[in-house]
Structure formats: structure tokens, C-alpha cells
Write a protein that binds this ligand. Structure first.
Ligand SMILES: *[C@@H]1O[C@H](CO)[C@@H](O)[C@H](O)[C@H]1NC(C)=O
Ligand SMILES: *[C@@H]1O[C@H](CO)[C@@H](O)[C@H](O)[C@H]1NC(C)=O
Ligand SMILES: *[C@@H]1O[C@H](CO)[C@@H](O)[C@H](O)[C@H]1NC(C)=O
Length: 463
């Protein structure tokens, strides 16, 4: 137990250093102050400041560190899953009960989030690292020497129906004159970059971020011929965070105000037509929680006398707050709120600090990998909060949809940059098994996005 604690605090230190490096190298972001404060304890340790873009790549590793340092799940910490419907998953798929709740969109009542990866070696590529100019080095697997291209030859095929190819022109017509915001962590950015690449075949996007901020975490792109804007809002906790020191709490621990959306996105979200909310992994950090201005408790905070709050429970509250704020945005007429579900990581043979990697070159079949552990907990939290938000939305005539990407991505350990990415120097040799290569299986998220946007039949649930 002591060893575990030690390990945990060592890992947290790493994380803090990374966070602070980012804070130091970003002088204009809205989060700068709080990042700086949260990391102030380690200020002197940062000797070298590399370019922000490269340092940002370290953030996700932080998540993994904390992920790996986290304590085991305590099932009594979160509510029972009553809303899930079908509990009769087939024996080879113990997670099946969870999947039963994903929405069934379109006339055929096809659950596009349930299916398998099928080898389609002749499938044409949507784009390459030469045709899309928006691929960041962190996800440019080809440029950094990924030796195989086999991982590009698999297509997601839902059970019992076909998922149409992503049609860029059609997407553009569907969203002409609109704006789409991605709110969440770096996986939301990864998602947006895939969409940028998919759309750049019909309209070359302009990076207009500097009109708003120089903070790399907040990007905006504009497609001039279609008057379409895409934006990312970096809010890994979704809700307002403050430095937790304040004389009463421990250094390096963030405080989350679980009932207040983070102003970095909530102040701007009113202008966006569609909004895609994600996030989750950052809840592995040591965190202190407030609600209604009162201390609720903390998770992984190392305080013997503090009420332990399940990070999944805290995540649910944050998600509920975020979804409520998003749905109350001004320009919601016909706009859709999406909740994109948890994106699993795939480290094997260790974690990222001791040589863990994701060297596989083929997808898994569904019987080879089940949704379990923390991946399942985050997923269930999302589905339950989605169901609740969907119920509220229906009462007032708003649209919210689930983008259930978890199942598909769980089966793609071969889709990450692994060691083929441009890490900061301190991470050379370490593997990224969290983000997704571009091009790669993450492009499927946008096939699903277009599919769901086009289906105007509302959300139905499998029996
Ligand atoms: C694209 O990938 C190839 C290797 O497949 C590499 O030689 C080239 O430099 C990359 N180009 C860009 C612009 O990333
Ligand atoms: C572009 O779209 C915005 C809404 O996103 C709208 O307010 C504006 O009038 C549009 N501009 C043109 C030139 O159509
Ligand atoms: C809880 O423990 C911290 C130190 O771990 C201490 O500063 C604080 O006063 C304690 N609070 C209570 C209510 O005992």
C-alpha cells in the first residue's frame, strides 16, 4: 500500500511538470494561470522549455501516468445501472449489457456502434499525410516511420447494415453556414483534426485561431467556400477548475467545481450550432471536488481525513453540468449536442513509463477484448448521463445524440501512433497508445458523425 502511494505521488510529479511546461510555454491561454498555479510547486524544475506544440504532446502521457497510478475501482461508489435495458449479453461479450443502450438511428434501426472491423484491402484512402496539411506531428504516423499501412485497410461494419463512406461534399452541404465545436481533451482535438482532413478534399480550411487566441488548445478552422467553422475548446475536466492550494488544500491538486461549466468554453459555446462533448481521462488526477460552493470530497488526493469521492461519480456530475450548459446554448435551433463516448487506450507489456507499447498491426475481434474495468466505468457514466440528458432534451424539444465510438475503438490497438510520433525529447522511446494516427481508425468517428447527423428520426433504444 505504501509502495503504491509512493508510486502514485512520483507519477503525479511527472504529470505536474508536464502541466507546468505547457503553462510556461503558453502565454495567452485562458487556462494558463490555473495551470501555472497548479504546478507552481515544481516551477524551478523546468530547465528547458521546448516549443509548445511539442510539449503539449506530453499532456496525454500525464493522463496515463495518473491512470496507472490510480486506485482500484470500488463498485459501491457509483450507482447501479438500471437504465441499461437488456442484461442478456452473450457470454463471450460480458460488456454487452452496456452496449444495448446505444442509440439506434435511422429507419433501419441499425445500431451503427455495434459491429466489427472487416479487412478491405482495396478500400480507397480518404487522405494521406501529403494531401492533408492539418495533421500534427503527434499523429502523423507515416511521417515518423510507421512501417506498415495495414491498419488503414480495415473498415467498421455495423452488424446488419452498412455504414456509408464519409462523403465530404455531403457533410459540407449538411453543415453549410454552421459551426461545430469540440469540447473536451486532446482526443477531441484528434477527432477534429480527422474531420479537417476528411473535409479538406473539397475545401481548403483556413486556420483562423489567431483571431481569437494564440493558445494552441483553442483552435478554429474556417472553410471559406462552405462557411463552415470548426473549433476545439480544451477543457479536460469540462467544469471550472481552480488551484486547490488556497491555504486549505494540498499543492498540485486541482479543485473542480462540479456544478460550474468551465468559462473557457461555456462563455463562447452559445455561438455554435453543433457541439461534441467528450473527456474523461483527466479524472485520474488527484482532484478535490466542490459543489454549490461546498466541499464534497476528493479522489486520489492522499488525504486520510477527506471523503473519498469516486472519480467516476465526479465525472458524471461534471458531464451533467457540461451537457446542461451546452444544451442551453443560444444558437441551438436545429443544432445537435453530441456526447462522444470514452476512447480506450491500449498499452501492453507495461505502462508508458516502463516500456509499454501498442505494437499490434491488426484489429481485434470482439470476442478477443471486452469492455471492462475503468473503460467500462467511464462508458457507463456517459451512457447514463446521456440517457438523463436525452430525457430532459426531449421535454423541451432539443436534440442530443450519443456517438458511441467506444466499442469500435476498443478493438483497435493497432490504430495508435505507438512509437511513431514526435514526442518531446523527454519521452523519446515512449509510446502513445492513447491518441490515434491520422489517417486511421479515428476517421470512422466522422463516418458515424455524418450518419447520426443525417438520421433525423430521433434516438431509439434497443430492447
Ligand atoms: C508522409 O509520409 C512519408 C512516409 O510514408 C514521409 O516520407 C513524408 O515525409 C511524409 N510527409 C509529410 C508532409 O508528413
Ligand atoms: C456564415 O454562417 C454564419 C453562421 O455560422 C452566418 O451568420 C453568416 O451570415 C454566414 N455568412 C455567409 C456569407 O453566408
Ligand atoms: C485534514 O488533513 C489535513 C492534512 O492532511 C489537515 O491540514 C486538515 O486540517 C485536516 N482537516 C480536518 C478537518 O481534520
Amino acid at each position: 500500500m505504501h509502495a503504491k502511494k509512493l508510486r502514485s505521488s512520483r507519477l503525479h510529479e511527472h504529470c505536474t511538470v508536464y502541466t507546468m511546461k505547457v503553462a510556461l510555454s503558453e502565454h495567452h491561454g485562458g487556462d494558463e494561470d490555473e495551470l501555472r498555479q497548479s504546478a507552481a510547486v515544481n516551477f524551478k524544475r523546468v530547465a528547458t522549455i521546448a516549443p509548445a506544440a511539442i510539449l503539449l504532446a506530453a499532456i496525454p502521457l500525464c493522463l496515463l501516468l495518473l491512470l496507472l497510478a490510480s486506485s482500484p475501482v470500488q463498485p459501491q461508489d457509483y450507482p447501479a445501472v438500471q437504465a441499461m435495458g437488456d442484461q442478456n449479453g452473450s457470454p463471450e461479450e460480458p460488456g454487452a449489457a452496456a452496449w444495448a443502450a446505444v442509440p439506434v438511428a435511422g429507419e433501419k434501426k441499425c445500431d451503427v456502434f455495434r459491429g466489427k472491423w472487416v479487412y478491405r484491402p482495396d478500400a480507397p484512402a480518404y487522405y494521406t499525410n501529403e494531401t492533408c496539411h492539418a495533421i500534427s506531428d503527434q499523429q502523423n504516423c507515416m511521417k515518423f516511420g510507421r512501417p506498415d499501412a495495414e491498419f488503414l485497410k480495415w473498415r467498421w461494419e455495423p452488424d446488419g447494415c452498412k455504414l456509408p463512406w464519409f462523403a465530404a461534399a455531403e457533410f459540407m452541404e449538411t453543415t453549410r453556414g454552421k459551426s461545430i465545436a469540440f469540447v473536451g481533451d486532446s482526443l477531441g482535438r484528434n477527432h477534429m483534426q480527422s474531420l479537417l482532413c476528411l473535409l479538406s478534399s473539397v475545401d481548403e480550411p483556413e486556420d483562423i485561431s489567431l483571431r481569437y487566441t494564440t493558445d494552441y488548445n483553442f483552435k478554429r478552422w474556417y472553410f471559406p467556400n462552405h462557411n463552415l467553422t470548426l473549433a476545439t475548446f480544451w477543457a479536460p475536466f469540462l467544469v471550472r477548475t481552480t488551484d486547490a492550494r488556497g491555504g486549505q488544500t494540498l499543492e498540485g491538486i486541482l479543485t473542480l467545481h462540479l456544478d460550474e461549466p468551465h468559462p473557457s468554453w461555456s462563455a463562447e459555446i452559445g455561438a455554435f450550432h453543433h457541439v461534441i462533448v467528450s473527456a474523461g481521462q483527466w479524472f485520474y488526477r488527484p482532484l478535490i471536488y466542490y459543489r454549490n460552493g461546498r466541499l464534497l470530497g476528493c479522489s486520489a488526493c492522499g488525504r486520510e481525513n477527506a471523503t473519498e469521492v469516486s472519480r467516476f461519480q465526479a465525472y458524471r456530475m461534471a458531464l451533467r453540468t457540461a451537457l446542461k450548459a451546452v444544451m442551453e446554448r443560444k444558437d441551438r435551433e436545429g443544432g445537435i449536442t453530441f456526447l462522444r463516448t470514452f476512447s480506450p487506450a491500449h498499452f501492453e507489456d507495461g505502462d508508458w513509463t516502463d516500456g509499454g507499447s501498442c505494437p499490434r498491426t491488426r484489429p481485434l475481434a470482439s470476442h478477443e477484448k471486452k469492455l471492462e474495468g475503468d473503460d467500462l466505468e467511464f462508458y457507463l457514466a456517459q451512457v447514463e448521463e446521456f440517457l438523463e440528458a436525452e430525457r430532459r432534451a426531449r421535454e423541451v424539444g432539443l436534440k442530443i445524440r450519443l456517438l458511441g465510438t467506444t466499442r469500435a475503438m476498443l478493438l483497435r490497438p493497432d490504430g495508435h501512433p505507438n512509437r511513431q510520433c514526435n514526442w518531446p525529447r523527454s519521452n523519446v522511446g515512449r509510446a502513445d497508445c492513447v491518441h490515434w494516427c491520422l489517417p486511421g481508425p479515428i476517421d470512422t468517428w466522422n463516418e458515424l458523425l455524418l450518419y447520426v447527423m443525417k438520421s433525423d428520426r430521433g434516438v431509439k433504444f434497443a430492447q
